[in-house]
Design a protein around this ligand. Structure first.
Ligand code: AMP
Length: 216
């Protein structure tokens, strides 16, 4: 069964690629960022704990994050395979899930200069979660989702200043996680600076080649 991670800095396209992968392969898409945003929306205790870290662009503490994701992985939809998006982001998190036997890591690599436009002009649909970029792929109405008519909004951590904080935390805390999996020989580097279809082509090539080898 596929037990995958997708890694890459903010704006590298993890969410977009995860949606495409989950449409085509038997994996549940688990995004720790989406889970936190959902908890915040519902103003749960967990959401209240996470909120100030997220708005500052900082990582939510490991204990809270690990418990949330481990709990999610118990659900039925994960029993055929899963794709973790945005988790683990620290070595402590990676070590906490070592027993799961993660067997594939897609590492989206991209020139940091390309990330600014991708993040600052990113808009999300409040209803269906569709992702847009109003500068790079202009749409008729910057406030209306073309898929469902829902309202488009900007994440409050999608500003230039918060992006810089997030990139810094990525370099310091998440890069060691990639090295940790590289030592296990399961990392596939994907050039994420290209158009969506071309990035996805690279991913589906890796998945076609490798998913047959993964039978466990
Ligand atoms: P994302 O949607 O993946 O960019 O995540 C948005 C924010 O949620 C991050 O900037 C962090 O504040 C928080 N977050 C998401 N995943 C994690 C994680 N694995 N560890 C700590 N904080 C996280």
């Amino acid at each position: 069964m596929l037990k995958m991670l997708i890694m890459g800095p903010a704006g590298s396209g993890k969410g977009t690629m995860s949606d495409l992968i989950a449409q085509n392969y038997p994996v549940a898409h688990i995004s720790s960022g989406d889970m936190f945003r959902d908890e915040i929306k519902h103003q749960t205790l967990l959401g209240k704990k996470a909120q100030s870290y997220i708005t500052q662009g900082l990582l939510v503490p490991d204990d809270v994050t690990i418990a949330m994701v481990k709990n999610r992985l118990q659900k039925d939809d994960c029993q055929q395979g899963y794709l973790l998006d945005g988790f683990p982001r620290s070595l402590a998190q990676a070590k906490a899930i070592e027993d799961l036997g993660i067997n594939m890591v897609l590492n989206l690599t991209i020139d940091e200069q390309l990330l600014v436009d991708r993040i600052v002009y990113r808009r999300l649909c409040k209803d269906c979660g569709a992702i847009y970029n109003i500068k790079l792929n202009p749409i008729a109405d910057n406030e209306v989702c073309q898929k469902c008519g829902g309202h488009l909004h900007q994440r409050d951590d999608d500003t230039y200043e918060k992006l810089m904080v997030r990139l810094n935390s990525y370099r310091e805390e998440t890069q060691p996680v990639i090295d940790f999996y590289r030592n296990k020989n399961i990392v596939h580097d994907i050039d994420a600076g290209q158009a969506v279809e071309d990035v996805y082509k690279q991913i589906s090539k890796v998945l076609t080649e490798k998913s047959e080898e993964i039978t466990e």
